[in-house]
Design a protein around this ligand. Structure first.
Ligand SMILES: Nc1ncnc2c1ncn2[C@@H]1O[C@H](COP(=O)(O)OP(=O)(O)O)[C@@H](O)[C@H]1O
Ligand SMILES: [Mg+2]
Length: 353
């Protein structure tokens, strides 16, 4: 899928902006705080209906406005589409609406754009908490598989209920319903997580570019079944929560030398995350039947020159949008020439006619 144009009104720092993208590579260049990441964030909202950095929706609206709008022309599998997202503050509440070709649709019908992003902060997927890794994989799985989406919602609900019963010292009879539900939904979640991990490992073994380290993802599932849940009830009561299950799953990234979270340098961890994002893009390509949009935000800032060059030369299978702050080196300009064209370099100060 391809994003052709993007229009922004009062989205973050953008009072108004209109952009056109190359179907291959587009580089957005601008100084710090000129709104490059904000622009990628708007594309992200179109793809995933959430932000990759805002804690709440109102943060996405320009400080001096009551509402924000994002519009895009995309070429999806389903043909050309005009997508829109509007955010409005109304009586202290935030109202969102999703539009396809001008007509309002429900959020779950709004999936014409798939995207993967790679950002310097993403190193947290290696070093950060297990919850961060679970969220990443959950988003990919829930966004591509409605059964997973439903199982996740049901599991989380049952988990809240059982934890409440544990805290309330509820009688044994009240547990059975929720424990059955936990066991059923956990099996669905863990089967799909396992499938995704298998896909990623297979991708790394067979298709990953040679300049990436040899990577391996190990799925550490916290498996539960009904009998175990029942047997653990007493101990869980003492702890005040359910100690086993998908909410405790983790995923560890390895290269040939070991667990990357434990010993690898920042540069090595960054490459591992890049490898992970590439694998996730390949997964989306497989399930959607077309490559997702790949967003690369400010990635040159911390990669060594060799890897910057590998990345620029990499035959990206889909559309890519890059951001960078500084003057472009000769070798980069060459890449720009072969595919990318920055149609408009809008900053808040400067607008091209
Ligand atoms: N809701 C908002 N309204 C107005 N400006 C905002 C809003 N949110 C962020 N900004 C501004 O956007 C700028 C950061 O933009 P960003 O896209 O991160 O820049 P960069 O080009 O460095 O990626 C900051 O100056 C910040 O103050
Ligand atoms: Mg930025």
């Amino acid at each position: 899928m391809i994003i052709k144009t993007l229009g922004l009104q009062n989205f973050r720092s953008w009072r108004a902006g209109h952009f056109r993208f190359s179907p291959q590579k587009t580089l957005l260049v601008g100084p710090n705080a000129s709104g490059k990441t904000n622009l990628l964030e708007a594309i992200w909202v179109l793809a995933w209906q959430k932000s990759f950095r805002a804690k709440s929706w109102p943060q996405l609206i320009h400080w001096q406005a009551d509402g924000a709008q994002i519009q895009a022309e995309v070429i999806a599998k389903t043909g050309p589409q005009r997508l829109g997202v509007s955010l409005w503050q109304k009586e202290g509440k935030l109202v969102k609406s999703y539009l396809v070709n001008g007509a309002p649709v429900k959020r779950r019908q709004f999936h014409h754009l798939a995207a993967v992003i790679f950002r310097p902060e993403d190193i947290r997927f290696v070093r950060g908490s297990p919850a961060r890794r679970r969220r990443l994989f959950d988003r990919i799985l829930a966004g591509t598989d409605w059964q997973y989406h439903r199982a996740l919602a049901r599991y989380q609900r049952a988990l809240r209920q059982r934890n409440q019963l544990l805290l309330n010292n509820a009688p044994a009879g009240q547990f059975l319903f929720w424990e059955k539900e936990l066991a059923i939904q956990a099996a669905i979640l863990q089967k799909q997580r396992y499938r995704l991990v298998t896909f990623i490992n297979h991708y790394w073994q067979t298709k990953a570019p040679t300049w990436l380290p040899k990577l391996r993802l190990r799925y550490q599932a916290s498996v539960i079944n009904l009998a175990q849940l029942q047997a653990q009830r007493l101990h869980d009561r003492q702890q005040g929560h359910t100690r086993f299950g998908p909410q405790r799953d983790d995923f560890a990234l390895f290269d040939q030398e070991g667990d990357l979270a434990l010993w690898a340098s920042r540069g090595q961890q960054r490459l591992a995350v890049l490898g992970l994002k590439l694998a996730l893009a390949a997964y989306l390509a497989e399930v959607n039947g077309e490559w997702p949009l790949i967003l690369l935000d400010d990635i040159f800032s911390e990669l060594d020159e060799d890897h910057q060059e590998y990345l620029r030369q990499f035959p990206w299978p889909g559309q890519t949008i890059w951001t960078a702050t500084t003057a472009i080196s000769d070798s980069w300009e060459k890449v720009v020439e072969i595919g990318a064209r920055l149609e408009e370099l809008g900053t808040r100060k400067k607008q091209k006619p």
